[in-house]
Design a protein around this ligand. Structure first.
Ligand code: FES
Length: 117
């Protein structure tokens, strides 16, 4: 059986979520999730926002008044892609979740408003 690797195959475990349905954000903080804070840094403005595991990166950015262009909200279009540092992995921030195994993460949002084709 042939396995097709998508962009999600290269991201750290727990960062990304699979999406189902249309118009629903699949990221949320579950009530049974540990109440841990993860520091999310958005470059180049160097805005730091505390987040809970399970939150969408896009929601965290909006809470910190960091603009990331978005469209579909379900991970299909690629409009919301931002670069996760230091490994230069591009993630779709509308479906990428804050992982519970990290204490801090950094993202470069430059170029996030360039439409994906
Ligand atoms: S807004 Fe379409 S993939 Fe995130």
């Amino acid at each position: 059986m042939r396995r097709i690797l998508g962009w999600t195959s290269f991201a750290p475990s727990g960062l990304l979520s699979r999406t189902r349905g249309v118009g629903l954000r699949m990221c949320s903080t579950a009530s049974d999730a540990p109440k841990k804070k993860v520091r999310i840094r958005f470059l180049p403005e160097d805005v730091v926002v505390d987040a809970e595991p399970g939150e969408c990166i896009l929601d965290v950015a909006e809470r910190g008044n960091v603009h990331i262009a978005s469209s579909c909200g379900v991970g299909d279009c690629g409009t919301c892609e931002i670069e996760m540092l230091p490994h230069n992995v591009w993630i779709r921030s509308c479906v990428a979740k804050v992982p519970s195994h990290k204490d801090e993460m950094s993202f470069d949002v430059v170029g996030s408003d360039i439409p994906a084709f």
